[in-house]
Design a protein around this ligand. Structure first.
Ligand code: SLL
Length: 161
């Protein structure tokens, strides 16, 4: 196919993690979770304000720490749904997030890296205290996916919405 010359298309998305400490009242530990696990957490790739991104993103591979059973997780797209892995654990680590684009794009997969945060962080004590009070540790990155001179068929898909 031909490419649309001189055209750049940007699509915003968010990736990151949200973690909650286990707590009898607010986040009870489900049965079967190992004793040494202190947190539940989720890693995701999704559209801004939950807009659909599955028209350009086909699947996402999350590579978790090797200590986690079945640590390479492939998540296929479901229309309108975020790409998510839910887990429990005790430690922070780097997650490799590999994006696979829809075949019409002709784009090669691309890998992002995200540090799972379980513990409150911030530049100031106030920021940390706020996370403690909220009962969750959010670490999200806003990103824009650039499609440079997309193929004509893919351009149609990108601009159909
Ligand atoms: C650390 N470098 O030492 C890190 C590694 C690994 C965290 C953290 C295991 C969960 C499971 C888990 O939380 N690993 O057993 O399913 O802090």
């Amino acid at each position: 196919g031909k490419r649309v010359k001189g055209v750049q298309i940007y699509r915003p998305f968010i990736y990151g993690t949200t973690a909650r400490p286990f707590d009898e009242k607010t986040n009870p530990k489900p049965p079967g979770v190992p004793d040494d696990h202190t947190h539940s957490w989720t890693v995701f790739v999704k559209g801004v304000e939950d807009t659909d991104i599955t028209y350009w993103l086909r699947r996402v591979q999350f590579k978790l720490h090797e200590s986690i059973p079945n640590h390479v997780r492939m998540v296929e797209s479901e229309p309108g749904k975020a790409f998510v892995v839910n887990e429990t654990g005790w430690g922070e680590f780097e997650i490799a997030i590999k994006l696979y684009y829809v075949s019409e794009s002709g784009e090669k997969p691309q890998t992002l890296y995200h540090h799972l945060r379980l513990h409150p962080y911030g530049r100031t004590e106030e920021e940390k205290e706020q996370m403690r009070l909220n009962g969750e540790v959010i670490s999200w990155t806003y990103e824009e996916q650039l499609f440079n001179e997309p193929y004509e068929a893919f351009y149609e898909i990108l601009t159909a919405g």
